[in-house]
Design a protein around this ligand. Sequence first.
Ligand SMILES: *Cc1c(COP(=O)(O)O)cnc(C)c1O
Length: 471
Amino acid sequence: MRYLSTRGHPDRRHFCEILLEGLAPDGGLYLPESYPQVDAATLERWRKLPYAELAFEVLSLYIDDIPAADLRALCAKTYTEEIFGTEDIVPLRELEDGVYLEALSNGPTLAFKDMAMQLLGNLFEYELARRGEELNILGATSGDTGSAAEYAMRGKKGVRVFMTSPDGRMSPFQQAQMFSLQDPNIHNLAIEGVFDDCQDIVKAVSNDLEFKRKYKIGTVNSINWARLLAQVVYYFAGYFQATGSNDQKVSFTVPSGNFGNVCAGHVARMMGLPVHQLVVATNENDVLDEFFRTGVYRVRGAADTHETSSPSMDISKASNFERFVFDLLGRDAAKTRTLFEGELGKSGRFDLSADPAFASAATRFGFISSRSTHADRIATIRDTDKRFATLIDTHTADGLKAAREHIAPGVPMIILETALPIKFAASIVEALGHEPDRPERFIGIEALPKRVMRLPKDVEAVKRYISQHCD
Ligand SMILES: *Cc1c(COP(=O)(O)O)cnc(C)c1O
């Protein structure tokens, strides 16, 4: 299996060559040359496997440069009851007739990003040891991504994490989650600024190629192919739990921001998993909903990007979307390049409404979408608590609201639960008048000693910190 760029670069790379990378050299995103096909007999065999074995089977189809025994061991080490809270790893729970929640948020940081990031931590450690190299991960976070990365990389050999975050702007729970880590290879940098300032600093450091090379700077952002691949596995696991046989179809609803999660669903469907529809759920930041309704993809400016109560979906553009558009256009790299580099670069938008390919987003690829508002989230959390005695978080609420608009008779609808309510306690208090229950291991974390360095909004200060902590 080799990987190509969505913008047509002639190189073809193996999995481990792109594992530690972000964008392809031409600015495109990596995708496999083709999607391996899973037939009925394979589905039947996979249906009975425990999660770690299923992960090994799926990953094996995409990774041919890690020996099978090693890959199996990496999966077994990652997907354990100890790390993910249950033997099933991603247990499915029926909410009402034919409507299911797939729990993806029982990992160390209580959001679905752990599902991929925990594997990435083990893959990075393995590959860096094999090469005899080190990597310094530099990132910016407003919450979920940074903590998932830190919990995945803590204590890993050959890896350091430098995570910038806007000083004082994360929830107390999120701050406590990150800043209470005492591992020497984890560095929290609280920047005196907003999230965009953190992102600008990361970009500026990464654009200094000499510094980047000297200090082996890398990232773990959502365009990383290995992250996306790890997410493909739980679509299979959800399907097997919701169905009794492989001639049934299911639909998935996915609370979406950067289009990473639902793109993994697209990959699973392209492999032959019997998926009827993929429902893209957005909040008020409805870049994706607008596209699937109208064919127009329009990147938002800062003034047009709303701060909502499902903050992990507050995006101005969807960084993985190019992967789907490439497939939608029949893998036409020249056209993909024109849209994402030419038109988007020039005018911040492109319009596929008159392109026959656009209609196939729904008919051939099963994509459909819905949007929610703060009032919808609060109402959905309240209703779910009252009628089903089940507490959901704001992102999952966006999903449930969208799912209900697309339920088809006889087709199970699986909503991906992307975070636990405790991470977004203020909205739960608003909906229900009381705080959500806290898993035992998080009781009192706000009182733990904090390990964080406050730095000014200054690229040089961040570079200096990194250079002083790299040996
Ligand atoms: C990251 C995140 C999302 C959005 O996922 P994408 O892969 O960016 O579409 C949704 N919900 C939660 C809780 C998240 O942390």
